[in-house]
Design a protein around this ligand. Sequence first.
Ligand code: HEC
Length: 184
Amino acid sequence: MKVVKSSVVLAVLFVAGLGIYVLLGAYSIGADVPHSGLVFSLLSTVRDRGVSAGARAISVPADLDSPQRLSDGAGQYAAMCSQCHLAPGYESSEIWKGLYPQPPRLARVIDLTPAEVFWVVKHGLKFSGMPAWGKSHSDAEIWDITAFVLKLPHLTAAQYKDVVAHAPPDTDMMTMPAPADGKQ
Ligand code: HEC
């Protein structure tokens, strides 16, 4: 009985201490200071488990390797993803340097399944800067992007440039309102 009582007291003290620590703003929330090891591994586990649970029911289209999908995905990737995730031949960017967690360089290695890539691109990842592209794109478009992401580690810098140069442009990216006087 004594052991149970002491455990309850310890648990209450721990939660109270944690609450005070949080309310004092003592945890460094700036993106230029890394998480503590404990918080980092907790968040990584939450992310990995959430992604694989989310991807479980997703079925992958049979034509993921089709040239049309890859070409459509290339234009979207260059416009929407490359500044954060870089690309073959692009080693850094201003935004990539400042983000925490740092976006993985998708051209180097991807250890996610196609369904997991689709899930992450569609739903995004909380507390990371990874947007939920499903809010602005159809599933078909997200499969195009997924197809291209899976292809990225196999492309040289010259092949990347070439496929992007021939891809349909992403016309819905940053449409600027025309100035009121009609001048461009
Ligand atoms: C504003 C920056 C930003 C943009 C733009 C962005 N991402 Fe991300 N993305 C991130 C960050 C940061 C992470 C890492 C999150 C983490 O580690 O918890 C991430 C994670 C991912 C992952 C998971 C990688 C892995 O190995 O776990 C994939 C896949 C991904 N992004 C694809 C994309 C695609 C495709 C696009 C464009 C449609 C895109 N992202 C646009 C910031 C961005």
